[in-house]
Design a protein around this ligand. Structure first.
Ligand code: ADP
Ligand code: MG
Length: 893
């Protein structure tokens, strides 16, 4: 994707690219050729062609940019034995295509590749007047040094993934992707392929919806079996349409789809929405067809929604695009939504309309072969018509990418998501504490929490939260005022609020007196403010104004339970006017409790606040909004770097261990575990693996203190369960007895681990398990061997920031234990945070680790540190051996 939305595919160069590369060089302008080769080069010699296209993909690497099937850019590096770890790099983009961001894409892609292979930076030589390339380097956000010598600049850029680079990458990605999906939302002309005269058919309904919504541009029906659809001349093929076609909806049987889309590509269509079903959702044959479809779409640079979807709509009056086939025409508003389920999409539009939620854009993404939630998020990020984003998700393409994008966007607009389903980690047989703990839906929770996405579990909640956030400011705190005209419902409201962890504070004497001045003597004014059944419009108005004007609450829930028909309209009007008063900055919610729903004064589309039918729903929605506000206010965490890590030693240990191991991996032996932990500064007790009683006794004697003996055996997963652990023994006799006991506890003893005995302290668990889609999950919990039983654990997705690490501890219900609960010793929390961060660093540098169980980590008193007395680490060869492929995904950077 480039700045103006054209698609460019960045992929590794392959030997077959030689002819295309030759053509590229031949087409270079004199100037470009001079810039690139420092002389004018008309073509490459055979040897040069070979040198440029046959690379080892390690110390030499090149990526090519492909647009419309042509090679339009190359970026390459060659790493020699530069002492600073710098590689020489060169970039060239086709003359007509400079300034579109292709150079930037190449720089990002190749620097990410180089970074992963230990290249620290690039050195490039540029002629002083090669401004285009200078601009590329500068805009890419890399830190850069320049040196000029006889008109030649030596540019050095660090490949480090700094904040500046990440930010610039994010910006480039946002601009490029948002531009690429523009034709889907703002087409200038539309074709409906498969438009039908049968009004009941999907093609008929879709066509009618587009017409009925008054689409702001030409609309062309395409159907070889009809000459006219709804009085509009119908074409046999999209290619017969005289004018240009921006967007095509495709509603033909699956077997015709690919041919039709190919015609669209030839016609120059920029976006397609494939409604037709019968693709990957039906099995392998369909999946194959979907891959071909995607190839057609990507090769041509179009963007595609679907297949197997309901369509999309954009209520912006500039287009009036109702490109879905359902019967509902939603009201225009500020909420945008994507749904992975077509059927649910319909229900959602229906429900939204009933609740008066206005929709800005809606996309049913279907099988999301091309356009997926991430692309839409990037579009909505800068879309002025969208204030709240709703996602109905069944699966993630790339959770990491989602998380990176969502984290940035959630700072600007709330993202509310429903995600069903378990994660794959749960499917794997649990062979460690961590493994069994991860069998819940924790990865999604962790992902959403870290990214600031508001997770809801039901559609009802989805709409309640959305209704609140679409009209109200986020609460500045968790203090809630409750105004009511009936006691019972107020008690329910207070209970619901408190069970959601919100506060219903007692109001100050001053505020109570103020309320008292206009309320009846029987009224309660402490909060909840029960104005009793006699309360009329004026009491409501004044009470609301008083609370909203005070600084004692952050949100206000007004309950109205009419005792009779009389005066309902007046009171409702008073509530509305007071609740809509501008600039009070508080979060205002109304609860109208009576069957039959709220009167129009409180329910018409233009009411500026949400009205709920039950206090519990209002409380839940408010809770979500408060949690989101807390996330917004939270400082950015930092990924901590350590300068005392022995990366080489850690890699060495692991590389030796995985030699010849299959993909199921292997648990490291105790010596390797200790070496690995030690090289990352993770504290372990003194320990040794012994094969004889004598060596065990000698270890105890040398240590000069009590020791622990543990049997080493492939069959004993939890050693203490089988009597394979003896604690706190000293002296030859005790050690000999213990030795005999632990070796006798299993049938296959394979040596004994002797360790320094670490007395006292709290026992905590730090673990990691790799989820196939989410990547490494890190867990922290209290309770040692009881951790599964107690289940008080916190999960985060790697990598951890310092803030993540301390929150993992503080969010546990049992966190108080580490603070020194009821006379117990407090624990060294700082050392636990440090250990969590070091574990995260280890996982980053050694991706071969895919399961880890540090249980227990013994936590001493503050200042005395922690000691990992039992650790299991599983490793396997990573799939990092990278294979260049023609089908490398197109670049979304
Ligand atoms: P497993 O988990 O396989 O049963 P551990 O090595 O975790 O075996 O030992 C079981 C328990 O013994 C630990 O949870 C801890 O309470 C205690 N323990 C183990 N090693 C030590 C040690 N070096 N110092 C003090 N206590 C220990
Ligand atoms: Mg253990």
């Amino acid at each position: 994707m480039t700045k103006d939305g054209g698609t460019v595919r960045i992929r590794p160069i392959v030997p077959d690219d030689a002819p295309a590369l030759q053509a590229f060089v031949k087409n270079m302008s004199t100037e470009s050729s001079y810039f690139r080769f420092f002389r004018v080069k008309r073509e490459l010699e055979p040897a040069e062609l070979e040198e440029f296209t046959q690379l080892d993909y390690d110390s030499q690497m090149a990526f090519v940019a492909i647009a419309d099937g042509n090679l339009v850019g190359v970026g390459r590096y060659t790493a020699g034995d530069d002492p600073d770890g710098f590689a020489e790099a060169a970039f060239t983009v086709a003359d007509g295509l400079q300034g579109k961001g292709i150079g930037t894409l190449l720089v990002y892609r190749i620097s990410a590749f180089a970074r992963a292979r230990g290249v620290r930076g690039f050195r490039a030589y540029l002629l002083a007047d090669n401004h285009a390339m200078m601009r590329v380097f500068r805009n890419a956000g890399f830190s850069m040094r320049r040196d000029i010598d006889e008109g030649v600049y030596t540019i050095e850029i660090d490949t480090e993934h700094s904040e500046a680079v990440i930010e610039a990458e994010g910006r480039a990605e946002q601009i490029a992707i948002a531009a690429s999906v523009m034709p889907l939302f703002y087409p200038t002309s539309i074709a409906v392929i498969g438009a039908s005269r049968n009004k009941a058919s999907i093609g008929g309904r879709l066509f009618n919806n587009i017409i009925n919504a008054d689409f702001n541009g030409p609309l062309y029906p395409v159907n070889p079996n009809a000459s006219v659809v709804r009085s509009i001349h119908c074409y046999a093929s999209v290619k017969d349409i005289p004018g240009t076609v921006d967007l095509a909806f495709i509603v033909v049987p699956a077997r015709f789809v690919n041919a039709v889309v190919r015609e669209c590509a030839e016609k120059g269509v920029r976006g397609v929405v494939v409604i037709s079903a019968g693709f990957s959702e039906t099995g392998e044959a369909g999946a194959q067809m979907e891959r071909e479809l995607l190839d057609i779409v990507r090769d041509s640079g179009m963007r595609m929604v679907g297949p197997n979807c309901m369509g999309l709509l954009n209520t912006d009056p500039a287009v009036n695009l109702d490109g879905q086939f359902g019967p509902i025409v939603p009201r225009a508003g500020n909420v945008s939504m994507s749904s992975q389920s077509g059927a649910l999409g319909l229900a959602i539009l229906d429900y939204a309309t009933e609740l008066n939620l206005g929709i800005s854009t809606f996309v049913s993404v279907g099988n999301k072969a091309d356009v997926a939630g991430d692309d839409l998020l990037l579009f909505w990020e800068e879309d002025p018509n969208t204030d709240v984003i709703l996602l109905y998700l069944e699966s993630f393409g790339s959770p990491r990418r989602f998380s990176r994008i969502a984290r940035r966007i959630a700072k600007k607009k709330p993202i509310v998501a429903v995600k069903s389903g378990r994660t794959a980690a749960g499917a794997r047989a649990a062979s460690s504490h961590t493994g069994s703990l991860a069998s819940l839906d924790v990865a999604v929770d962790a992902l959403f929490r870290q990214a600031g996405v508001i997770r809801v579990s039901t559609l009802e909640e989805l709409f309640d939260v959305t209704a609140l956030l679409a009209s109200q400011p986020v609460p500045q705190g968790d203090r809630v005022g409750v105004i009511t005209n009936a006691g019972g419902p107020a008690i329910l409201a207070v209970d619901a609020l408190e069970s959601q962890g919100l506060t219903v504070p007692e109001l100050s004497h001053g505020l109570q007196a103020e309320l008292r001045s206009f309320l009846s003597d029987q009224a309660a004014v402490a909060n909840p403010i029960d104005m009793i059944a006699a309360a009329g419009p004026e009491q409501y108005r004044q009470a609301i104004e008083t609370l909203l004007g005070s600084d004692e609450v952050d949100a206000l829930i007004t309950l109205f339970i009419p005792a009779s028909e009389e005066g309902v309209s007046e009171t409702a009007t008073a509530i509305r006017e007071a609740g809509e008063a501008p600039l009070h900055g508080k979060t205002f919610l109304c609860v109208y409790m009576q069957s039959g729903g709220a009167p129009t004064e409180l329910s018409s589309p233009d009411v500026g606040f949400p009205t709920f039918s039950f206090p519990e729903r209002a409380a839940k929605a408010l809770r979500k909004a408060v949690t989101y506000a807390e996330w917004l206010a939270r400082p950015e965490g930092r990924i901590v770097g350590f300068d005392d890590l022995d990366v080489a030693r850690a890699r060495d240990v692991v590389e030796r261990a995985i030699d010849g191991v299959d993909e199921d991996g292997i648990w490291l032996d105790p010596d390797s575990v200790d070496a690995l932990l030690e090289s990352y500064g993770i504290a372990i007790p003194k320990a040794q693996v012994v094969a004889t009683v004598e060596d065990a006794v000698a270890f105890g004697r040398d240590l000069g203190g009590p020791i622990v003996l543990k049997v080493i055996s492939p069959s004993a997963v939890h050693k203490s369960d089988v009597g394979g652990v003896v604690l706190d023994v000293s002296g030859a006799d005790q050690i000999t007895d213990a030795y005999n006991q632990v070796t006798g506890s299993v049938s296959d003893p394979d040596g004994v681990l002797v360790q320094e005995f670490v007395p006292g302290g709290h026992e905590v668990l730090i673990g990691m398990v790799e989820d196939p889609t989410f990547g490494p999950l890190i867990v922290f919990g209290l309770g040692g061997v009881f951790v599964e039983l107690i289940g008080d654990v916190a999960f985060r997705i790697h990598p951890l920031t310092d803030l993540d690490a301390s929150e993992m501890i503080s969010e546990l219900r049992s966190a108080k234990l580490l603070e020194g609960y009821r006379g117990g010793d407090p624990g060294d929390v700082d050392a636990v945070v440090d250990t969590l961060l070091r574990v995260s660093a280890l996982i980053e540098d050694v991706p071969e680790i895919f399961e880890m169980d540090l249980n227990p980590v013994k936590v001493g008193t503050p200042g005395s540190g922690v000691r990992i007395v039992d650790a299991r680490i599983k490793v396997r060869a990573t799939t990092g051996t990278w294979i260049p492929s023609r089908t490398d995904l197109p670049s979304k950077i």
